[in-house]
Write a protein of this length. Structure first.
Length: 434
């Protein structure tokens, strides 16, 4: 019939077209995170791996937010369709704020974590003895990007007290390397300065008072260890370099070594053990004579055999080696040209960091707070003396002159080992919130 409008839709207004496009764009954009949300929910049980995490609100908030996101997206899409049918065009766009609100707790957690990581140290990374009663402690945020350098003194009874702390500023990101040092590892404490590995796994000489970088002796990723008054650096596939310590280090010797270096340990003021290896672990320990800096030379070698080593520490001429089977093997380097394997011992859990002095080895655990003390006076028959407790798993250890320092989480503990079979807790220090 002429003039009839039956079967014809009224033309869309500009507002209707614009809001339709905006709603579709919002729906598509907010659908993009859905696969990642699904993956997050799939791996969510891993959020509760850490001890005490089940009682923390953060993982539960994270899981709740992940569950709420797809529900909020579906509800928004349905509500948008319903509102458009009723002519509420702008409301059909605004409703897509629901998935954003569902995700906001996750964003809030990340913001809070970042603010806290910049505001306070949460985990002790390394502990090292300085001169006399001086102790140097490094700590960092959980993500290891922000570090602090703490100066600690032990009183006559061995009780630790904080003297000061400084942030460790650094440029760049976080590197990963199996040949690199631990992030915020300490080597070569000398009076008012210390060598500290940054998150890029390169070494800075840091002022203990200000935390400022005084020098960067080596720009490449490599291991470092204090050998007497000097610092030995090993850069994988390049070689060794020997540096005078202090606030203005200078290289005094070098030796080409086109092999992968895993760890270093000082035997005395003129000899060091260098662990040679590959991504599977250390394959051999090689002794280097550093007595003449102008002519560094290799001496004896001990092969790890079919069980690659994962950690090494020296207490005098006796070297303790952790292999990939969880054993601690003792190797005698008294004869620098012909090292001899002695005893083997097993400890509870997976061995972590080690500390040693002549006759005694302390062994931390990767998955436990126990630190096992082992009498190695007779290296062929090592004897467990018992254990002390750290404040957390895989603690940082330092052992010297019958004093054991154990740092984990935000607590440093000092133990008197005058009688290693009956260790005494002399005191502990909790890191301050800054």
């Amino acid at each position: 019939m002429p003039g009839s409008t039956l079967g014809h839709r009224p033309p869309r207004s500009a507002t209707s077209t614009v809001t339709l496009l905006l709603a579709l764009a919002a729906a598509v954009l907010l659908a993009l995170p859905l696969p990642m949300v699904a993956m997050g929910l799939l791996f969510s049980p891993m959020m509760f791996d850490a001890p005490g995490s089940a009682s923390s609100a953060a993982p539960w908030i994270m899981i709740g937010s992940l569950l709420a996101y797809p529900v909020a997206w579906l509800a928004s899409a349905a509500a948008a369709w319903f509102l458009r049918r009723r002519g509420h065009h702008w409301a059909s766009v605004a409703v897509f704020v629901l998935p954003v609100l569902a995700a906001s707790p996750v964003g809030g957690l990340f913001v809070v974590e970042e603010m806290q990581s910049r505001a306070q140290p949460s985990t002790i990374r390394d502990v090292a003895f300085g001169a006399g009663d001086q102790v140097v402690v490094t700590a960092s945020s959980d993500n290891e990007r922000n570090g602090w350098l703490l100066r600690v003194r032990l009183d006559g009874a061995g009780r630790p007290a904080e003297e000061g702390a400084a942030p460790l500023a650094h440029e760049g990101g976080v590197n990963q390397s199996w040949t690199g040092p631990r992030r915020w590892q300490v080597a070569g404490v000398d009076g008012g300065s210390a060598w500290v590995a940054d998150p890029r796994m390169t070494w800075d000489v840091r002022d203990l008072a200000s935390g400022l970088s005084l020098a960067k002796p080596v720009s490449a990723v490599g291991q470092a260890a204090s050998v007497g008054t000097r610092v030995l650096v090993a850069v994988p596939f390049e070689g060794l370099s020997l540096h005078e310590g202090g606030r203005a280090p200078r290289q005094v010797g070098s030796l080409g070594l086109p092999e992968a270096v895993y760890r270093l340990a000082a035997l005395d003021a003129t000899h060091a053990v260098v662990a040679i290896g590959d991504p599977a672990g250390m394959r051999e320990l090689r002794v280097f004579d550093l007595s003449d800096p102008s002519a560094l030379r290799a001496r004896g070698t001990w092969s790890a055999g079919g069980a690659p080593a994962t950690n090494v520490v020296a207490g005098g001429s006796l070297v303790a080696v952790v292999d990939d089977r969880g054993r601690v093997r003792l190797v005698d380097f008294t004869d620098r040209d012909a090292p001899v394997a002695r005893g083997t011992l097993s400890v509870p859990g997976r061995p972590g960091r080690l500390a040693a002095q002549p006759g005694l080895v302390a062994i931390g655990a990767m998955d436990d707070s126990a630190v096992t003390l082992v009498d190695v006076t007779d290296a062929a028959s090592p004897r467990s003396l018992g254990h002390v407790r750290a404040a957390g798993r895989n603690p940082a250890l330092a052992l010297r002159g019958g004093r054991l320092l154990v740092g984990a989480e935000r607590t440093l503990r000092s133990f008197d080992l005058a009688d290693p079979a009956a260790p005494i807790l002399a005191g502990e220090l909790a890191l301050k919130v800054r």
